[in-house]
Design a binder for this molecule. Structure first.
Ligand SMILES: [Zn+2]
Length: 277
């Protein structure tokens, strides 16, 4: 029998890491149906999730939740939408799509040679059908799932998902384990440390946290990343006050250990844009 790719991260809660991009897909099993967290890069990959989940868990998929707007988490949405499955997501996703994902998708569909790694030919941008603008607890397929819209951090569309009876969080790319957290496409590096700080008041040491990319992590890992984001924000503010150009910024080694130079520059540009608002 082939190795089971689904890791049970809490009772009836699973994570599977899909390539490309090592995207975390979550499954929360209820008594009557399964809820899927995120949908990968295109309809073909979304279809693969739907088939894998149905085959492995023998339950219908009754809901999808998007952790945020970025393409590697939402471009498979149309498959679920076409199957009549409700899709939940942060209420600002349609606006984010309009500002970032739609122009990017259009450019790649018109000139696929510019980003040959993207298989976006069949993508139809599909926003969540159920927009979440305040914290709520839903009964999905006979299981309680909490949705917590976050203030702007990785994006302005981040949604934390918590399964109370399993003590498992899905945090999307507000934390990453297999690579450094990414900026650009509407990132808010100055708001990010506050978002994590707020979350840390709710995440307990016994809880399991699933990042958008990478293996399950502990509260401690989140706390460490929060510290680094705090330090990064401090440096960006200082640079802005001093009038330092983004490419002239120098960052302490503890930050350069997590983020490559170009990421730090991107964070600085995003942060300056926020400060200039
Ligand atoms: Zn991602």
């Amino acid at each position: 029998m082939p190795e089971d790719q689904w890791l049970e991260v809490g009772p009836g809660v699973f994570q599977r890491r899909y390539e490309p991009l090592d995207v975390s897909i979550g499954v929360v099993l209820g008594t009557t149906g399964a809820t899927v967290v995120d949908t990968r890069n295109n309809p073909k990959e979304g279809q693969e999730i739907l088939a894998d989940v149905t085959q492995r868990f023998h339950l219908p998929v009754v809901a999808v939740i998007n952790t945020h707007a970025h393409y590697d988490h939402t471009f498979g949405n149309q498959v679920f939408h076409d199957a009549g499955i409700a899709i939940y997501g942060h209420h600002l996703i349609p606006k984010h799509f309009q500002n970032y994902e739609a122009p990017h998708l259009k450019k790649v569909q018109e000139q696929p040679e510019t980003e040959p790694d993207k298989e976006w030919g069949e993508v139809v941008l599909t926003a969540p059908s159920r927009l979440i603008d305040q914290e709520c607890t839903l009964d999905l397929g006979g299981r309680e799932i909490q949705l917590v819209p976050l203030s702007a951090g990785h994006t302005d569309t981040d949604l934390a998902i918590y399964v109370p009876d399993a003590s498992v969080w899905f945090l999307g790319d507000i934390v990453e384990e297999s690579g450094p957290p990414m900026f650009g496409s509407g990132a808010h590096p100055l708001g990010w440390p506050e978002v994590l700080k707020e979350l840390l008041t709710r995440i307990e040491p016994s809880h399991t946290v699933i990042p958008g990319h990478g293996k399950p992590i502990s509260r401690e890992f989140v706390a460490e990343q929060q510290q680094l984001f705090g330090l990064l924000a401090k440096h960006i503010r200082h640079g802005y006050e001093q009038g330092t150009a983004p490419e002239q910024m120098s960052f302490p080694s503890v930050l350069r250990q997590l983020w490559p130079e170009d990421f730090l520059r991107e964070a600085t540009i995003d942060g300056y844009a926020q400060l200039g608002d």
